[in-house]
Write a protein that binds this ligand. Sequence first.
Ligand SMILES: CC(C)(COP(=O)(O)OP(=O)(O)OC[C@H]1O[C@@H](n2cnc3c(N)ncnc32)[C@H](O)[C@@H]1OP(=O)(O)O)[C@@H](O)C(=O)NCCC(=O)NCCS
Length: 140
Amino acid sequence: LADDVALLRLMQPFNLAEEIPWRPKRVRAALRRLLRDARLGVVLVAEARDHALVGYVVATFNYDLEFAGPDAFVTELFVEPAARRDGLGTRLLEAAVSSLRAAGAAAVHLLVRPTNRAARSLYARRGFEEVPRLMMTRQL
Ligand SMILES: CC(C)(COP(=O)(O)OP(=O)(O)OC[C@H]1O[C@@H](n2cnc3c(N)ncnc32)[C@H](O)[C@@H]1OP(=O)(O)O)[C@@H](O)C(=O)NCCC(=O)NCCS
């Protein structure tokens, strides 16, 4: 990816929608590290014909004995409003899953807000199932 600034421009509305405080400097440094080190995860983008970025997906690796090896989290999926409902979100998700599988991940997880009907419907169609567990987080 030549232009991480263009990608950050798409990340801002994603973070806004997810109510994640937008800290571009911090995110940019972390994004650059992720782009440099394929062991951390994958970043894939969708471009329009004029090469403008219209969508992206980020997925990162974990390691879990339950899956006897690496698993992964899709941490961000976003498609520009004008480009939605045209299959792009599905293609980005499936491209990320292919990369994760090729890298040896045995399962892929994601978090989605219960009220996000569009995303939930997309994920359900692509085989993601709800698990009877609560995600809990402690800041370190
Ligand atoms: C979720 C998102 C990535 C979907 O992108 P997209 O390119 O529109 O997705 P697709 O065109 O591949 O849609 C695939 C399916 O998902 C479902 N879907 C997508 N948008 C929907 C909507 N607004 N309402 C209901 N179902 C929807 C449909 O089943 C759709 O298939 P269909 O168009 O044949 O009916 C996009 O809406 C987005 O960026 N939202 C804001 C960010 C976000 O919520 N990301 C996920 C956070 S977990």
